[in-house]
Write a new protein. Structure first.
Length: 88
């Protein structure tokens, strides 16, 4: 949570939202870093920063799932396990 009580609101308008199974034209409303709504003609509170994504792709952040914490290299073992090594 933020140090002050003000919310950080962002509205990404008019982009092509890409999911794992489809793409569609939609708006994305984010509040305090968490996606709250995805769709058209969203009802959102005032004061949101608007980002025009017309003609652009809107995709979720990438996740690097290629971890090798369980493997040894030159007889050395990683000090991180999977849980701690992927939280950073």
């Amino acid at each position: 949570m933020l140090a002050n009580s003000a919310s950080v609101r962002i509205l990404i308008k008019g982009g092509k939202v890409v999911n794992d199974d489809c793409t569609h034209e939609a708006d994305v409303y984010i509040e305090n870093g968490i996606i709250q709504q995805v769709g058209r003609e969203l009802m959102i509170p005032g004061g949101a920063k608007v980002i025009d994504a017309t003609g652009k792709l809107v995709i979720p952040g990438g996740i690097d799932t290629s971890t090798h914490f369980h493997q040894t290299f030159m007889n050395a073992t990683c000090v991180d396990d999977f849980y701690h090594g992927t939280k950073q």
